[in-house]
Write a protein that binds this ligand. Structure first.
Ligand code: PLP
Length: 550
């Protein structure tokens, strides 16, 4: 046998077998099991795999492809080693960010396409997996109040991708023909709140609008867009003859779960179209990548409260529902299943209320590839991506089927209950001020102050009065030190890993306000871990005070 044939024989064992071979299947599963065993050995009581470590990225420049083949087994070991130092998002001592621990059906939805590799560019190369995309789009559309017979949607590469689609459609509405001819003079603007995600800027700059054509409207203390300022700014832009490509309502801001008033934004948009006799309707997009999941409460019976949530939780959920139930007023919506849907990255979808809108960005406009009823499913004719993974839709389908409305309500209700408990404990602490006390979501932002600060008075002063700029800076630094102490302790397995945001918002005089942040996403979170946050902060304060004295 030639040498290459020998190698080939070895290599064939490194692939799943094309024809049923249960012995090989067992070996395949066993290699997965062994990898999981190795990961398991990295677990402790701490919310981290293995040891925290500093990575020296300069070492990467020395890496080359070796001459020889390696066994599946040895490569598996090497891959698992790369997980060392990862936070375990599902650990009850993790309250870091809006990163969910994926559920098992969500993981299976990623694993199966990884083996059979559907390409959902079109149905030819993906069959039932393409159908999964159509299913999830319809299920979610209905959940959010769209009519699935009229609406459309498509999976894309993240929440950023959903904004890219929204703004692209908006450009085409404001300046028809741009898809064909490019910009020919007018550059339209995107309007969003100061608390909106920077992905708006990414999308606007990549689409050639330029960062300076993203107009940021100040937000209120509860982190929602200030409607009066939105109105005056839109009027100003229209009077100046500017075209408006997209108005973005952030429904669930990233750092503070602020919810823009979509109902009023829609009303305002419609009034202005009429008043200025516009020959186009500025596109209204809901960036609901975080908030979408709360649509499971739109038909929850808040009066009889069948899931028996505590009163405070019920009020929070109703408060969110008050805004989220209007999602269907938006022309398009962005959804991240990988944020509040408990599935692995990347699983995001873009929805349009009227599927015909997708025609605006379809390369061959004589066909209608965007309607599920039309027979052939060919999203590749309008999607930004060419090859598209089936894992986004299939894992979203897995999670939605397993959870149902009851499961999502239960998980979200629990996370909000835990956050509410934390807010209560923090608010009761004389040295802590909760920065988003009116909040209805799973995220809590707070600032810790030294002993001599009056936390009833001071947070308002530093926010509004430039005389306190030095103090603000001093306490920003104090919070950074508290954060480092809490972090160190958490990595030793005592406290809880939280995070810090350098600019949770700006003061009235334009300075960044640092805040500590707890984002509860783990189904395993519980009372004692919430208490652990407060205890850890108390120890951190003692430590930081002692450092100061020294
Ligand atoms: C996370 C986030 C985005 C960006 O989404 P990715 O999935 O990370 O690309 C956009 N908008 C909001 C409000 C977000 O929280």
């Amino acid at each position: 046998m030639s040498l290459y044939r020998k190698h080939l024989e070895t290599l064939r064992r490194a692939f799943p077998q094309p024809v049923s071979d249960q012995e090989h299947d067992a070996w395949f599963v066993f290699s997965v099991l062994r990898a999981l065993d190795r990961v398991d050995a990295m677990k402790s009581q701490r919310p981290i795999l293995g040891e925290p470590r500093e990575i020296d990225f300069s070492l990467a420049t020395q890496c080359t492809v070796q001459e020889h083949m390696q066994t599946v087994e040895s490569v598996s070991r090497e891959l698992v080693d790369h997980l060392e130092g990862m936070f375990i998002w599902g650990h009850p001592r993790s309250q870091i960010n809006v990163i969910p621990p994926p559920c098992i059906p969500g993981i299976l939805g990623t694993l199966l396409p990884a083996i059979y590799n559907p390409n959902i560019c079109g149905e030819e190369a993906s069959r039932g997996v393409a159908f999964a995309e159509a299913e999830v789009i319809s299920m979610t559309a209905a959940l959010m109040g769209y009519d699935p017979k009229r609406s459309g949607g498509v999976f894309t590469f993240g929440g950023t991708g959903t904004l890219l689609y929204a703004i692209r459609l908006g450009i085409e509405k404001a300046l028809p023909g741009t898809f064909q001819n490019g910009f020919e003079g007018d550059i339209p603007v995107v309007v969003c709140s100061s608390q909106s995600h920077y992905a708006n800027k990414t999308a606007a700059s990549w689409l050639g609008l330029g960062l300076r054509n993203v107009v940021s409207i100040p937000s209120a203390p509860n982190n929602e867009i200030r409607m009066c300022l939105l109105e005056s700014e839109l009027r100003r832009l229209l009077r100046e003859g500017r075209k408006i490509a997209c108005i973005v309502a952030t429904t669930g801001t990233t750092d503070a779960f602020g919810l823009d008033n979509l109902e009023q934004m829609r009303e305002l948009r419609d009034t202005l179209v009429h008043e200025f006799s516009l020959d186009y309707v500025p596109h209204l997009h809901a960036d609901a990548v975080i908030g979408w999941a709360w649509s499971v409460f739109s038909d929850y019976d808040f009066t009889s409260n069948p899931l028996q949530f505590p009163d405070r939780t019920l009020r929070d959920l109703a408060g969110t529902n008050r805004r989220i139930r209007h999602l269907n007023l938006a022309d398009s919506i962005g959804v991240d299943y990988h944020k509040t849907g408990f599935v692995p990255y990347i699983s995001s979808a873009f929805f349009v209320r009227d599927a015909c809108d997708l025609k605006l960005v379809t390369r061959d406009q004589s066909t209608t590839p965007y309607l599920f009823q039309s027979g052939h499913y060919n999203p590749g004719r309008f999607t930004l991506e060419t090859s598209r993974s089936g894992s986004g839709p299939l894992s979203a389908l897995g999670a939605l089927q397993m959870l149902g409305k009851t499961g999502l309500r239960t998980l979200l209700g629990h996370l909000v209950t835990m956050a509410e408990t934390l807010r209560n404990r923090l608010a009761a602490h004389p040295a802590i001020s909760v920065m988003n006390p009116e909040n209805f979501g799973p995220v809590t932002l707070f600032r810790v102050y030294p002993d001599d600060v009056d936390t009833f008075e001071f947070p308002r002063l530093e926010q509004n009065n430039a005389d306190f700029a030095d103090k603000l800076q001093q306490y920003n630094e104090y919070n950074r030190r508290i954060f480092r102490a809490v972090q160190t302790e958490a990595l030793q397995g005592e406290g809880v890993v939280i995070s810090m945001t350098d600019r949770y918002r700006e003061t009235e005089y334009g300075k960044p306000v640092v805040a500590l942040k707890s984002y509860i996403m783990s189904p395993f979170s519980d009372q004692q871990y919430v208490q652990a946050v407060v205890e850890s902060i108390d120890r951190a304060r003692l430590k930081v005070n002692a450092e100061k004295q020294a």
